[in-house]
Write a protein that binds this ligand. Structure first.
Ligand code: NAP
Length: 273
């Protein structure tokens, strides 16, 4: 959701990059024409050793996983020769947090800071692209989508904006030591449903579902238990009103206003039809 967007913006600027992926066969051919791909698995130490020999700046995406800080430790223990790291973090990242995802992000952040490698962290809001994973199937088949978020507004952003911001940070001076909170706009799911209705040209309804019922759907979809637990906690935090205060850092780093949800849908409507 983010790595491919960073590559897209590097390609637009004709910049050379190497992308580490677990499965090179899954990479889209258009990317292969312009970017060098290498096998990289955060649990495969040999693949990390090979990667470190051919890069000097890295954009790091810790996957949402209970072992994400151990995975990043595998990388960072072998990347002391790296000159600069831009890393995805999360708003509220704190190694002492009682929220497991924020605790993991906090441990990663501390580990990078303690490594002494110059680094910048981005803490994005909820991705518009999450609607691909959690809602596209239902919108296509049933003209509705289920989420346990009540009528709470949550701050969201297009990952294409994040990709562009990451490339700007990698290329510009002055970002070392900073953490940027990347807000776009605040929407509740009734507004999101109205955007879907307008852009797709058919009535789409948001169904505010009970968290226990939502859990049953995720189990039916064979989502791993650890991911279900993280998602239920995130949804409960959004329902309680957790959102970013401003999109000013996104505007400053993009040099313009972020993409709205309606603009994102216009560009991506084929995924929901
Ligand atoms: N989603 C959001 O709204 C949001 C908002 C703020 C912050 N974040 C943060 O953004 C980060 C990315 O989250 P996400 O939801 O975009 O994606 P994600 O599903 O966590 O995965 C991101 C990427 O990690 C790769 N990956 C997974 N395990 C790996 C391994 N062992 N070795 C190498 N690569 C591996 C996956 O590659 P494959 O293609 O091979 O599976 C995938 O491309 C997380 O740290 C999350 O907390 C997310």
């Amino acid at each position: 959701m983010v790595g491919s967007k960073v590559l897209k913006h590097l390609m637009r600027r004709n910049l050379h990059a190497i992308a580490g992926v677990r499965d090179i066969n899954s990479v889209n051919e258009e990317f292969k024409k312009n970017i060098d791909f290498i096998h990289l698995d955060y649990n495969d130490l040999i693949s990390i050793e090979k990667a470190k020999k051919i890069v000097d700046k890295i954009f790091l995406v810790p996957p949402m996983h209970p072992d994400m800080s151990d995975m990043m430790r595998n990388v960072l223990d072998r990347m002391q020769s790296i000159q600069y790291i831009v890393c995805i973090s999360a708003s509220g990242a704190d190694a002492n947090s009682s929220f497991p995802l924020l605790k993991e992000h906090g441990k990663i952040k501390d580990y990078i800071i303690n490594s002494g490698i110059p680094a910048t962290f981005i803490a994005p809001s909820h991705f518009y692209q999450n609607y691909f994973e959690f809602s596209a199937k239902y919108i296509k088949e049933k003209n509705n989508f289920y989420l346990p978020q009540g009528n709470a507004k949550k701050t969201m952003i297009d990952t294409s904006n994040i990709g562009e911001i990451v490339v700007n940070i990698l290329l510009e001076e002055g970002h070392v030591g900073k953490t940027y909170h990347l807000g776009g706009y605040d929407y509740d799911n009734f507004e999101i449903a109205r955007n879907f209705t307008k852009v797709l040209g058919k009535k789409i309804d948001y169904i505010d579902i009970d968290p226990d019922e939502y859990k049953k759907i995720l189990i039916q979809e064979e989502m791993p238990e650890w991911k279900i637990e993280i998602l239920l906690k995130l949804n409960s935090a959004w329902k309680a009103g957790s959102r970013l205060k401003s999109n000013q850092e996104s505007i400053a780093l993009l040099g313009r206003n972020p993409t709205t949800f309606e603009e994102f849908l216009q560009e991506n409507k084929e995924f929901f039809l």
